[in-house]
Design a protein around this ligand. Sequence first.
Ligand code: SF4
Length: 235
Amino acid sequence: MRRKNGVPLADVLSDLKRLYSPPKTFLDFRTPLDLLVAVILSAQCTDAMVNRITKETLYAKYRTCEDYLRVKPEELEQDIRRSGHYRSKTKYIQETCRLLLEKHGGEVPRTMEELVGLPGVGRKTASVVLSAAFGKNEGIAVDTHVQRLSQRLGLSTHHDPKKIELDLIEAAPRQNWRDVTVLLISHGRAICTARARKCGACVFKDRCPSSLVLGKPDLAKPKKAAKHDAGTRRA
Ligand code: SF4
């Protein structure tokens, strides 16, 4: 549910569209399988680091499911080591490739239901793959930026990404679902960062229910911390 004093999502999107021209996804890929692997790698890792790993190591060596299964887990682990959690990610990638070969002829499926049936693939990953690789808006990917900005701007009263996604889905027409993700991520990286809200430089500074300019608490923080934050800092 949107907060009563929240900024309407339609206004958020139209203002952010004037500021940013983000790509379909921030992860570099050639094929749907590349993207699926890149999104698995992006858990607890920056998109910039994933793009370095895929460019410098992965894409030169692996293109198909067979390629990922041809190597021993230890080899793939070393290839993706810089992404962190490399043992579990290697397991997910190889199990996913095995399943893709068994059930989908080695191709990445094009439905949410089939994608979330793959190991290590949740709604966020599936939404990114469907929208960026297949042009299908089946959900809204809620990462940490989208989660934080949804709370700060009052687009949702919830903390749980699944519930935030439902609020965003209800507020935006389907054709805008991908924009919701990439525009909020762009603003979350440039201005409304996790560490410090740059409210003085923000297009929403006079309307946002978390605006430091208006002396508001950070709605993305637990209540006690937010109260202290609003009382001690101004943008
Ligand atoms: S006004 Fe501040 S808290 Fe609100 S969106 Fe802008 S930077 Fe974030």
